[in-house]
Write a protein that binds this ligand. Structure first.
Ligand code: GLU
Length: 497
């Protein structure tokens, strides 16, 4: 073993995504909790790709999973891309190991070949259901002698491999989150562990891999609980040491049903594309089923690691609160916007480009771009929202002349206010065209009119075409004198038309 993989202790955890879809937020949360536990304990975190379902697995999805986990800031010590002492880390490349253990189970008669046809199984299932019983395999092929099974296979009959699930017993799992859970064997039948010697199925492959990779703790979603007794029995049959289990609570939608596409995006990449920051998503995901036991909500990766423990993970479902995510993302955007505007502007650029504003955006220098960001950042919940909030900086706004009207001002009064504003701003020299100077000039005039709105409202609309915007003086300062006076003139012309 190289020093790269030596850890402070022997705790080894893994996450085992199936590349059958884009990285799911639930999978990302599972990855995060495994990562946190490994970091907290000085253990090793393994990423394993579970691609035994050949028909549904796709390298594109594997790429999406790896890329988005990395983007989130979750790093693994061993995996298909970084290698490690127990490589390969892709199940499709581990067939030899599975085959060896399948042969062992068959030899020891802990597993057997089953030749029941799908049609026969379907009839069996329907009969049981009609009798009001939970459908389970009747164990028909358990009786077949191994040598007879061999003969049938030699004669070309196809079969699957079933595991002899122990009968008349109960399995107790001491889940680190949920406490003891007892499973009666009556709920389990002789399940299929492989479709052939080279086609293992999930429950079997997991057990072999966890053993081969020396995994000590299995931290995964609650939806896997019913697989646990099956895996536990396989571990016993193979004589492997048991692992510890921690089943994470389900992620629920606001209606408390299991989170699904119905509730919004479930692919982490979609959140990334919509303009959520990795730090915010990581913080948010950590709180899906866990909290530090204080009222702290904004925590960095390191702070979360420091406060994390398996014992503080909750049993009950974790509600995915989109509003909270938006709030958190806004907090992170503002945190980054403070000292590090440059990196934030870089994140904004792709959205600007997509909206077709690249040229207009680049006409502003870095300082002005930063000023625009500063003007809208308070209202940004997502990076993508920058475009919507600041659009008027990049194109001449279109609006109805009626929007220029403040209260019951007449067209003449509005035009007069705008002309006066134009004159006052025109008198400020280019070099002094700052928010403060503009504000000072307009305030004196507004005081004279005794209604601030009659000056600032038409100006706001002239500059932005909107009812709500950052302060007009600040916008004018970014535009510069020429553009400001031009937009005021357009408004005056609108009134005259
Ligand atoms: N491949 C499984 C999944 O994507 C995970 C299996 C496990 O963690 O045991 O849900």
């Amino acid at each position: 073993m190289t020093t790269k993989y030596s850890q402070q202790n022997s705790i080894r955890v893994r996450m085992a995504p199936s590349p059958t879809g884009r990285l799911h937020i639930g999978t990302a949360r599972t990855a995060l909790f495994n990562y946190l536990y490994a970091k907290k304990t000085g253990g090793a975190f393994v990423l394993r790709i579970e691609d035994t379902d050949v028909a549904r697995s796709n390298p594109e999805f594997e790429k999406d999973i790896l890329e988005n986990l990395k983007w989130l800031g979750i790093a693994w010590d061993e995996g298909p891309d970084v290698g490690g002492p127990y490589a390969p880390y892709r199940q499709s490349e581990r067939t030899a190991s599975y085959r060896q253990y399948l042969e062992k189970l068959l030899e020891e008669q802990a597993a057997y070949w089953c030749f029941c046809t799908p049609e026969a199984l379907e009839i069996e299932r329907q009969t049981m259901q009609a009798e009001g019983k939970a459908p389970r395999y009747a164990g028909t092929c358990r009786q077949i002698k191994p040598e007879d099974a061999e003969k049938r296979r030699d004669a070309g009959e196809r079969g699957v491999i079933r595991f002899k699930m122990p009968q008349n017993t109960a399995t107790r799992i001491d889940d680190l989150i949920r406490g003891p859970i007892v499973f009666g064997s009556e709920n389990f039948d002789d399940f299929v562990i492989a479709k052939s010697l080279d086609e293992p199925l999930y429950n079997f492959a997991v057990v072999i891999d966890d053993y081969d990779m020396q995994i000590t703790h299995v931290i995964r979603g609650e939806d896997h609980i019913t697989n646990t007794p099956k895996q536990y029995a396989l571990i016993d049959a193979l004589g492997f040491p048991h692992v510890a289990y921690a089943h994470l609570p389900l992620i629920l939608g606001p209606d408390r049903s299991k989170m699904s596409k119905r509730h919004g995006s479930v692919a982490l990449g979609e959140y990334r594309e919509q303009g959520y920051l990795p730090e915010a998503l990581l913080n948010f995901l950590a709180f899906l089923g866990w909290n530090p036991g204080t009222d702290e909500e904004i925590l960095s990766n390191d702070q979360i690691i420091e406060r994390f423990s398996i014992e503080s993970i909750q049993k009950s479902g974790a509600i995915f609160d989109q509003q909270k995510l938006d709030w958190m993302n806004g907090m992170y955007i503002r945190q980054q916007g403070g000292s590090k505007r440059g990196p934030l502007l870089e994140l904004i650029k792709p959205y600007i480009e997509r909206a077709g504003f690249a040229d207009a955006f680049n006409k502003y220098n870095f300082n002005d771009q930063s000023s625009i960001l500063a003007l809208v950042i308070e209202r940004m919940k997502k990076i993508s929202e920058f475009v919507e909030l600041s659009e008027f900086f990049f194109k001449t706004p279109e609006y109805d002349r009626e929007l220029l009207r403040w209260k019951n001002m007449t067209d003449e009064e509005i035009a007069k206010s705008l002309s006066e504003t134009q004159k006052l701003l025109g008198a400020i020299s280019d070099g002094n065209f700052t928010t403060e100077r503009i504000d000072a000039a307009l305030k004196t005039y507004a005081e004279h009119l005794k209604d601030k709105g009659s000056v600032f409202w038409p100006l706001r609309v002239a500059l932005t075409g909107r009812k709500a915007s950052p302060p007009p003086a600040a916008i004018a300062a970014v535009f510069g004198k020429l553009e400001t006076l031009k937009r005021i003139q357009i408004a005056i012309d609108k009134l005259a038309s």
